[in-house]
Design a binder for this molecule. Structure first.
Ligand code: COA
Length: 317
């Protein structure tokens, strides 16, 4: 597959570190130093489905096709107001597409998993044009009185359209069941028969554990992919890493012995937008004219599960 269109949508509310200082025992200095974040964009009156729709329409326009030319939609999403139907089904109706739809939840790695699934479907001949989107509102999963988590996240939606072509050089997905360092548990409706104990609560995260695992797994994935493709780290124009923390990005750059010019970032003004982060960044690069045909890009993400997904693509729009 190759990517032929991209799009993104952000919520309109910008929340700065100074605004967080007003109700949390935190500081602009702490947040910037430990995360690299200055502000994040957060859902207020918007619905995630509307951001997902806006991003999708932009990607389809950029691809130069019509919504009815899309023959499969894959949406990466962790939470939204609906448990069912899937967000992909809602977006399909809003953009006027007529095709099969599916949601995937591979946490923050979901966009890379969705791209990999799209490639399989195109290779098998079962689809021609696929809309792959990642729409996330992690700000609805955290406790807003917990300074160690709520400052980290932002919301947003990114989308791409893919079609047949030589754009995917390699991909690598891994999952290690390690559910105790990052999770969010919701309570289901009661029934007259439930006897088990049930828990619910905001997102739990062991930040230090996630930090270490993220740096090691992401740099390992990237090195394996480069080796397999016979490429040197400097053959890649940009590394689009999951935007969880600027220090994680710097640590991965260090592992690869590359300077930061290879690592574009939006974590500074978007926060961690879960699986949307890499898709948002890709659209930003494309629309600011930073990508030329033939450029090789690495995308790499990690998240709850623990999941990782990485791929090397050649930009060939
Ligand atoms: N403002 C001020 N102080 C804060 C704070 C905040 N927003 N959040 C935590 N602190 C405090 C802690 O309470 C702790 O205080 P103590 O030493 O008195 O106990 C101190 O800062 C250090 O906390 P620690 O958790 O060790 O900081 P850290 O350097 O590991 O940074 C994270 C914390 C969360 C920023 C960092 O661990 C991280 O980014 N982890 C990865 C998270 C991630 O990527 N999640 C998503 C995965 S998809």
């Amino acid at each position: 597959m190759r990517i032929i269109g991209t799009g993104r949508a952000h919520p309109s509310k910008v929340v700065t570190n100074a605004m967080l200082e007003q109700f949390l025992d935190t500081s602009d200095e702490w947040i910037k130093e430990r995360t690299g974040m200055s502000e994040r964009k957060i859902i207020t009156s918007e619905k995630l489905e509307d951001l997902a729709t806006e991003a999708s329409i932009l990607a389809i326009k950029d691809a130069g096709i019509e919504p009815t030319d899309i023959d499969y939609i894959i949406c990466s999403n962790v939470v939204n107001e609906y448990v069912t139907p899937g967000l992909s089904c809602i977006v399909q109706g809003k953009i006027g597409a007529k095709c099969a739809c599916v949601d995937v939840n591979a946490a923050c790695s979901g966009f890379i998993y969705a791209l990999d699934m799209a490639d399989d479907r195109i290779r098998s001949g079962k689809a021609k044009n696929i809309l792959v989107l990642a729409a996330e509102e992690p700000t609805r999963m955290v406790d807003w009185s917990d300074r160690s988590t709520c400052v980290l996240f932002g919301d947003g939606a990114g989308a791409v359209v893919v079609t047949g072509g030589k754009g995917l050089i390699g991909s690598r997905l891994t999952t290690v069941s390690k559910t105790d360092c990052l999770y969010y548990v919701r309570k289901l409706e009661p029934t007259p028969y439930i006897t088990k104990e049930e828990n619910a609560g905001p997102m739990y995260m062991n930040g230090r554990e996630v930090f270490k695992t993220a740096v090691l797994s992401s740099s390992f994935d990237i090195k394996r992919l480069l080796d397999k493709a016979g490429l040197k780290p400097t053959d890649i124009k940009y590394y689009l890493l999951h935007q969880a923390n600027m220090r994680i990005i710097e640590a991965i750059a260090n592992q690869l012995q590359l300077d930061m010019s290879y690592f574009p970032h939006n974590v500074d003004y978007c926060g961690n937008t879960s699986s949307a982060s890499v898709a948002l960044l890709l659209d930003e690069l494309h629309r600011s004219g930073k990508l030329q045909n033939g450029d090789k890009l690495v995308m790499s993400a990690f998240g709850a599960g623990f999941t990782t997904g990485a791929c090397i693509i050649e930009w060939n729009k």
